[in-house]
Design a protein around this ligand. Structure first.
Ligand code: N0T
Length: 538
């Protein structure tokens, strides 16, 4: 029935982003859309692989699937394009009521050129690699390769023109990622002749306007003069961003879909970030160069963060670094290892455009240690629980996020309380204190064995002055006025769900042990509608 709805419905405006007061929403068929994503493995972009994709996407309960389109796949012979896989993918996704994000694996995929066609790989004269200061070739293609840019751009543009033709009215494809985890290991920038010439030029004023000179340096001048020890990697970021922008702009002229890039992270706790010493992919869209990407790549809407470190301080730092007034939060990849599932509460609570666990298909491949060991249903289960809570209200949630009404936090490694601040109210989330939903743990009693499991979290939307939608698991939530002179009164806490029309369906009222000393969210996520009141405290 859902598939019929999606395929027959007259689609609205094309997918696009809307911005409001430094927040954003992805709008799909005229409504904000929360992407509950699933990214397939890197080699699952062939028709025969899809039978292992759909069961995992369904078990996860995702509404969107992210799938690579490889340059070598669509242009095996120069100038001859083959988009049959894309057609198969779109047909099968539509049958299942799923939206699609396409990932353009072109000049850079995890920095390397492995996804380029053979005719690119075999012609380094025409498609030059980066070179170091001694003229030694890098494994990585140069962002100054004119033919490389022209051919990548042409292939990507052909893909977008094809999409316009087969999907222009349907909006199955809602976003496009341009390249994948770009940058370079082993070399901070290109030293080829064009690169050297550009490096000696003044930094463009559009870059300076967003990324001013470092303290104590001239406000304008060459890259070295303005950015000192950071000049090489800033310049490389600019060169790659400009390249990506040319590709994206050309594609958008054919079919104007939202476009983003994804970042392989550097250590987010290295503050301030030090000059590159081969400890991250130079030139990639890491937080300290987001401003340069904004200046050089105006056709890229979002810089997303790929989350592959599970330590809470790193995750919390990363979310803060990528959620900016000029950059909406979006997590285009997160490890599918069980330890990451709890972070969905923080990510979605903070108002991310969406979240996309990586490696979601039942191809018999385990992405450990980056991802889960499991290759069966147990792989998706921890994430599926969270998706199940959000899915029925995803459109409303995305709207509340745009309006700045949401917040969220995940159980941290140290088990300490987290606070969420809203208009006039704060929520305190306690972790590991209770035998969730089953039996209280009393002061003085030994902590329950699962107290250290670190699997909890909650997200909240303030839907009225004193009214909340609270969703979460394995946490005890106290709702308090931010004014110390006020006292909170819990009027009602209803467990329920939103129906297909977006109407709240109440299933029961919580009281007694479920609400005394805080709302006691159990092991399996629940959705609560909570009505509070404030009285003067005397
Ligand atoms: C990701 C994925 C895929 C603290 C790895 C992650 C995907 C690419 N790269 O399975 O290859 O296409 O975007 C890099 C993780 C860096 C490790 C950081 C450890």
């Amino acid at each position: 029935a859902l598939a019929a709805l999606v395929t027959s419905a007259a689609a609205g405006s094309p997918p696009h982003l809307v911005h409001r007061d430094g927040r954003a929403a992805l709008v799909v068929d005229d409504q904000p859309y929360l992407m509950l994503g699933a990214q397939v493995h890197n080699s699952s972009n062939y028709p025969a692989a899809l039978s292992q994709v759909w069961p995992a996407v369904k078990d996860l309960g995702a509404n969107t699937v992210s799938v690579p389109v490889a340059w070598e796949q669509v242009e095996p012979v120069e100038g001859r394009f083959d988009f049959r896989f894309v057609d198969t993918l779109l047909a099968q996704a539509r049958q299942r009521g799923l939206r699609v994000v396409l990932l353009w694996f072109g000049t850079w995929k995890n920095t390397s050129a492995q996804y380029t066609p053979a005719w690119v790989k075999l012609d380094p004269k025409r498609f030059p690699p980066m070179v170091d200061a001694q003229g030694q070739a890098s494994y990585c293609l140069s962002p100054f390769g004119e033919a490389t840019l022209d051919r990548d751009r042409r292939a990507f543009t052909a893909l977008m023109a094809h999409l316009k033709k087969v999907d222009g009215q349907r909006h199955t494809v809602i976003m496009v990622q341009v390249e994948n985890e770009v940058g370079t290991h082993g070399l901070a920038r290109d030293h080829g002749p064009q690169a050297e010439a550009a490096f000696a030029q003044p930094v463009p004023s559009a870059v300076l306007a967003r990324q001013p000179a470092l303290p104590g340096r001239p406000a304008s001048g060459t890259w070295r003069e303005v950015y000192g020890d950071y000049a090489d990697e800033y310049f490389h970021a600019w060169a790659i961003a400009r390249y990506i922008d040319t590709v994206a702009a050309s594609g958008r002229r054919e079919h104007d879909l939202p476009m983003y890039v994804n970042a392989a992270l550097r250590d987010p706790l290295e503050q301030p970030p030090q000059p590159w010493k081969n400890n991250f992919a130079a030139g990639g869209p890491t937080p300290e160069v987001i401003a340069i990407y904004k200046a050089a790549a105006p056709h890229i809407d979002v810089v997303g963060a790929d989350l592959y470190h599970a330590e809470t301080p790193k995750v919390e730092a990363t979310l803060g670094q990528f959620q900016r007034r000029d950059n909406p939060l979006f997590i285009p990849e997160i490890s599918n290892a069980p330890a990451y599932a709890r972070y969905l509460w923080a990510i979605l609570g903070r108002g991310s455009l969406g979240v996309v666990p990586f490696g979601i298909d039942y191809f018999n491949y385990s992405n450990a240690p980056l991802g889960a060991m499991a290759t069966d249903r147990s792989m998706v289960q921890p994430f599926a629980q969270v998706y199940a809570a959000f899915a029925p209200m995803q459109r409303s949630w995305a709207r509340w996020a745009l309006e700045g009404r949401t917040a969220g936090a995940s159980e941290p490694d140290d088990g300490q309380e987290r606070r969420l601040t809203l208009q006039g109210w704060q929520l305190r989330l306690a972790f590991g204190e209770w035998m969730f939903g089953e039996k209280a743990w009393f002061p003085g009693a030994p902590p329950p064995p699962w107290a250290g499991a670190r699997t909890g979290g909650a997200a909240v939307a303030q839907i009225g002055d004193d009214e909340f939608i609270l969703v979460g698991q394995r946490t005890r939530v106290r709702i308090e006025p931010t004014q110390p002179a006020e006292r909170a009164v819990l009027l009602s806490a209803e467990q329920g769900r939103f129906d297909a029309q977006g109407r709240w369906v109440s299933e029961r009222r919580w009281n007694g042990d479920q609400v005394d000393y805080g709302l006691n969210l159990p092991a399996t996520p629940v959705v609560l509608r909570v009505r509070m009141a404030r009285l003067p405290d005397k």
